[in-house]
Design a protein around this ligand. Structure first.
Ligand code: ADP
Length: 453
């Protein structure tokens, strides 16, 4: 016998037994009609009891949180107890499922890459915040929409439909930055199929990596270009000397002079490259000590006088302040600015070097009244190998690295540079200002005492 039939028979027999127990004595005392009425009343009461319990159960199932579980004995109590345990188990497994889902979403949200889940119709199921920013899609508003409605690039649609997802797709797209301006970004996009025809669309922003790669390529090309000219010149002279031998001593002397100049140029380039790579190495912090800036500037001004050989009028106004920094690096930065002023201004120009404190801020200004620099060049002057006039820079022994070196020295000292320039016939000239943090200023140090022999 099936358990259902068994339960039914037990209940039916129990109700019938009660109806008989009450109906029979009532019939014996009051006659058949009374006995039948009592028996029928018992049946109706049993029916009403089960209907009432059913209504309570229905109400409880509608809203198990608000309603209390109906209490009952016997078989009803058994049924309700089992039902309650089942629902409790169901709730526990539902909670652990939603906890696991929340943990998965938290982990996916923390991913540095974009992750977008698609169903078998290419509709958006879920995406993390990185994917929202890559594709301009909002999880709250756009869930359920077709992905190609948002990502309309033909390369992406071909990639999606081709169903060969082994290789990632390189995609160049435009995105609005925080200020609302459009900027180009490069994404590496990969589709990963999973489950039943579902897919994960992964996206990684590779713009910075591409920018660094371009910079590296440009740098290698620039260095090769800078070295090729002197090497070609030297090879040419060596060939001439080899073919003419020592039969033309005056030619030999001239060639040696030219070759020495080219060798010096290459040496200067290599030295500047080494300086720059040392300065760019963030792991090597500058060894800072109090630097007597006016004394350092006076020695650099002597070098400038020599470089100018009387072709410029060089003046100065040097306050008595010291600076906490690296003497060699500061000498390199200050020296570059002063020698540039000599090399890039015509004969008769005036150069003024000023060192002092402006509202507590240590400032060095190197000003000249040369021809000035056009405004479009100014933001690019500190780029490696950037020159306004390539021929003039080379002719004056420039490597194109001077202001890049200055920039890196300033970064290492927490300082910044301002460049003002004018090509106006009345006010032409250029001023480079180096502004150091106020904390870098330090009191003059006593000279070390000579030790008596
Ligand atoms: P370089 O080794 O060529 O001098 P820099 O990085 O020191 O390289 O300078 C970059 C360019 O900035 C120079 O080629 C020059 O055209 C320009 N420049 C720098 N200083 C001055 C200045 N005082 N007046 C005019 N042009 C300048």
């Amino acid at each position: 016998m099936s358990p259902v039939l068994k339960s039914f028979l037990i209940i039916a027999l129990r109700v019938a037994a009660i109806a008989l127990l009450i109906g029979l004595p009532a019939g014996w005392i009051g006659g058949e009609v009374v006995g039948f009425a009592f028996g029928a009343t018992v049946l109706m009461l049993a029916f009403a009891y089960y209907a009432w319990k059913l209504a309570q159960l229905h109400h409880w199932l509608e809203d198990p949180q608000a309603a209390t579980l109906p209490d009952a004995d016997g078989m009803w109590g058994d049924v309700l107890g089992k039902l309650y345990r089942l629902i409790k188990q169901e709730r526990i497994s539902q909670k652990s499922l939603s906890d696991a889902l929340a943990r998965f979403q938290q982990a996916a949200s923390a991913l540095p890459d974009g992750a977008l889940m698609l169903d078998n119709q290419h509709n958006i199921v879920w995406l993390n915040p990185t994917a929202e920013s890559h594709w301009g899609i909002s999880l709250a508003n756009d869930r359920g929409q077709t992905v190609t409605y948002f990502i309309r690039y033909p390369e992406f649609i071909d990639y999606l439909n081709a169903r060969h997802y082994g290789e990632p797709l390189a995609l160049k797209i435009q995105r609005k930055d925080i200020g609302g301006a459009l900027k180009d970004i490069s994404l590496a996009v990969q589709l990963v199929p999973f489950g039943e025809d579902q897919m994960l669309l992964l996206s990684r922003d590779v713009s910075e990596r591409e920018r660094l790669e371009t910079m590296r390529r440009d740098f290698v090309a620039n260095v090769s270009h800078e070295l090729r000219t002197p090497i070609t010149v030297m090879a040419g002279f060596l060939e001439t000397i080899t073919t003419t031998g020592s039969s033309h001593p005056e030619l030999l002397e001239k060639s040696l002079g030219h070759m020495t100049a080219q060798a010096v140029r290459m040496q200067r380039l290599v030295e500047d490259l080494l300086t720059l790579s040392r300065l760019e190495d963030a792991s090597q912090r500058p060894v800072a000590a109090p630097v007597n800036v006016p004394e350092l500037l006076r020695s650099l001004l002597l070098d400038a006088e020599q470089l100018s050989s009387g072709r410029h009028r060089i003046t100065n106004d040097l306050a008595d302040g010291w600076l906490l920094g690296n003497r060699d690096e500061l000498a390199s930065a200050f020296g570059n600015l002063i020698s540039n002023a000599v090399r890039y201004t015509p004969e008769g120009s005036e150069i003024h070097v000023q060192w002092g404190f402006e509202e507590g801020v240590p400032v060095l200004r190197v000003r000249d009244n040369g021809e000035g620099i056009a405004a479009e060049h100014i933001p690019r002057l500190t780029e490696r190998f950037y020159r306004v006039d390539r021929g003039r820079s080379r002719a004056s022994g420039g490597t194109g690295l001077g202001l890049a070196i200055v920039k890196h020295v300033l970064i290492r000292h927490g300082a910044r540079m301002e460049i003002q320039s004018s090509q106006d016939p009345q006010t032409h000239g250029t001023q480079f200002s180096l502004l150091f943090p106020a904390e870098a200023a330090c009191a003059p140090q006593p000279r070390p005492q000579a030790v008596a022999a």
